[in-house]
Design a protein around this ligand. Structure first.
Ligand code: BEZ
Length: 237
């Protein structure tokens, strides 16, 4: 492979970068990304191929959860390097024939991008040649209402994603933005959150002696309560 070609294949937006823009044909009509999604969160995700089992289980799961993402002002946008007619046939098969884990008659109403040229997949680093040169890996990009990439997660071809985790990531990102906090390991709404580090929030001594609801494990590690109800009220539409 030529050096330029390799660079193109591995180009990758990073967290904090503006989401690379593109125009594409999808199962829901043409889109202009990310400008069509201004003011909304978006999860742009890729799958390796239509008519494959792991991808089918993923699409059924994601489509069944779409409302939970919608409540958080978040749109889903899928992509694979298959063509539009393959996408349409696959989604119709899912709806008409597949019953899986209690899910049936599942209609995928979010757009699925056709990317036969791999132009979009290459822009987003979804083609990872060590894994596959002709298929996208399972990439997930969380893009905020200003069009900034906020989280990137990659899975290999053989590993189906955990969609509860993708929902948790979105909730945590929105909570961090709304309340100016960070979220600790395995955080869920209702758990304590991490308050900003010393310097932005008083001196270390002040923080350790603070009488408010903060709990400091040490000068650099302070948490406070944040009610679950307050979280949902702030982030749910
Ligand atoms: C699948 O979705 O089942 C799959 C797709 C590509 C490679 C391996 C598995």
């Amino acid at each position: 492979m030529e050096e330029k070609e390799i660079q193109e294949v591995v180009s990758l937006p990073r967290i904090g970068d503006p989401a690379p823009s593109f125009k594409a044909v999808t199962t829901q009509g043409d889109i202009n990304f990310p400008s069509d999604y201004k003011g909304k969160w978006t999860i742009l995700f890729s799958h390796p191929a239509d008519f494959t089992p792991v991808c089918t289980s993923e699409f059924m799961t994601f489509a069944s959860m779409e409302e939970k993402f919608e409540e958080l002002n978040c749109k889903l946008v899928g992509l694979s390097v298959d063509g539009l007619y393959s996408h349409i046939a696959w989604l119709r098969t899912i709806k008409e024939k597949i019953e899986y884990k209690g899910m049936k008659d599942v209609e995928v109403t979010f757009p699925l991008i056709e990317d036969i040229t791999m132009e979009v997949a290459k822009k987003y680093g979804m083609i990872q040649p060590g894994e596959a040169t002709t298929k996208a890996v399972r990439a997930v990009f969380f893009i905020d209402p200003k069009g900034i990439v906020r989280t990137i997660i990659y899975y290999p071809l053989s590993l189906g994603r955990n969609f509860d985790e993708l929902h948790r990531v979105l909730v945590a990102l929105q909570t961090a933005d709304e309340f100016g906090v960070a979220t600790p390991a395995d955080w869920r709404p209702g758990d304590d959150v991490i308050v900003p580090t010393a310097g932005s929030c008083g001196t270390a001594k002040e923080r350790m002696e603070s009488k408010d609801e903060m709990h400091c494990y040490d000068w650099f590690f302070c948490t406070k309560k944040l009610d679950e109800e307050k979280v949902w009220k702030a982030i749910k539409k």
